[in-house]
Structure formats: structure tokens, C-alpha cells
Design a protein around this ligand. Structure first.
Ligand SMILES: [Zn+2]
Length: 68
């Protein structure tokens, strides 16, 4: 299963929002933390949510997103 860390900007309806996705499959907690910090850095002037995306596409399931 692939695993992603995503940062999604929250914008009013109809306004395009920033979206970042990083593949964190097989990364250590420390590496994931580093990815997270750089995402927070990029999004620092925006309102956003961070979420973990457990991707079950390949196995025919639905993806699971959970906020962190
Ligand atoms: Zn997915």
C-alpha cells in the first residue's frame, strides 16, 4: 500500500487551492517529520490541513484520509 502526506489549502468555494502531495511509503517517522516540516514551511502563510492518505487504489479499495 502506498502512503502519502498531503497538505491542502482551505479556500472559499470556487477559489483554486494549493495542494501538495509527498510519497512517504516506507519512510521512517523521522523522515516523515522532515517532509511535514517542509510542507508546513511552504504553507505557512495559508490556511491548510495536513492529512495522511493510505492509498488502497492498487488493491481495489477506497483510500483512507486522516487528518494529523
Ligand atoms: Zn489513494
Amino acid at each position: 500500500m502506498r502512503k502519502y502526506l498531503e497538505a491542502k489549502e482551505i479556500t472559499p468555494l470556487g477559489i483554486e487551492s494549493e495542494f501538495i502531495r509527498s510519497d512517504i511509503t516506507d519512510m521512517t517517522d523521522l523522515e516523515i517529520e522532515a517532509v511535514k516540516v517542509s510542507m508546513q514551511d511552504i504553507m505557512s502563510d495559508k490556511t491548510y490541513v495536513l492529512q495522511i492518505h493510505d492509498c488502497l487504489h492498487d488493491s481495489g479499495g477506497s483510500c483512507v484520509m486522516r487528518g494529523i
